[in-house]
Design a protein around this ligand. Sequence first.
Ligand SMILES: C[C@H](O)[C@H](O)[C@H]1CNC2=NC(N)=NC(=O)C2=N1
Length: 101
Amino acid sequence: MPTEPLSQKEIEDRLRELPGWSQEGDRIARTYRLDGHFAATALVVHIARIQEELNHHSDLLLGYNTVNLTVNTHAAGGAITEHDFELAHRVEAVAAGHGVR
Ligand SMILES: C[C@H](O)[C@H](O)[C@H]1CNC2=NC(N)=NC(=O)C2=N1
């Protein structure tokens, strides 16, 4: 998959396909709200497995019942690339199963 930086229009077009996701500076971001701390922690573990499989890793912030994910592509100098959106879609595909609100 290419690691070329996406243009601002490409980023905005792709974010429209990802309700709940937004651009925060040079990253794309999402916060999930779960039903308690253990559920939030379980989602973090699941995300970690996906990230290892993709070899693409976000920064995750675990709160009491929230998981905040922010990501960009280090290999592209911290730009937003297709890798970041691939991760976002993979996480979205499993998040509902964790009972996100
Ligand atoms: C060597 C290894 O493939 C790279 O460091 C991978 C690991 N995880 C990564 N994660 C992110 N967010 N960006 C990268 O460029 C990246 N590269």
